[in-house]
Design a protein around this ligand. Structure first.
Ligand SMILES: [Zn+2]
Length: 88
């Protein structure tokens, strides 16, 4: 299972009672997007899950979602490097 970067942008979505704040989560690999209601961390995670289920490439990926303003986050390295430990 690969770790894929996804980015979340705040958007206005049409809800049952008018426009509500939501997120458009974009797969950085294939550009596929999903929309979720709400802008919380839980919404970001939900977007990641939806991307995993929805990815047109039918891959089993794990999505790490970067929220709005987190675009500068360093790209995900896979496999992850073990953290260096400082020894005494
Ligand atoms: Zn994808």
């Amino acid at each position: 299972m690969a770790r894929i970067k996804a980015t979340a942008d705040e958007v206005e979505l049409e809800g049952d009672y008018g426009m509500v704040a939501g997120l458009e989560v974009t797969c950085a690999k294939c550009g596929h997007t999903v929309e979720v209601f709400g802008t919380s961390d839980a919404s970001e995670r939900r977007g990641g899950v939806m991307l995993a289920e929805d990815c047109p490439r039918n891959e089993r990926n794990f999505y790490v979602v970067y929220g709005p303003g987190a675009d500068d986050a360093s790209p995900i390295e896979y496999p992850g490097k073990p953290k260096k430990r400082s020894l005494l």
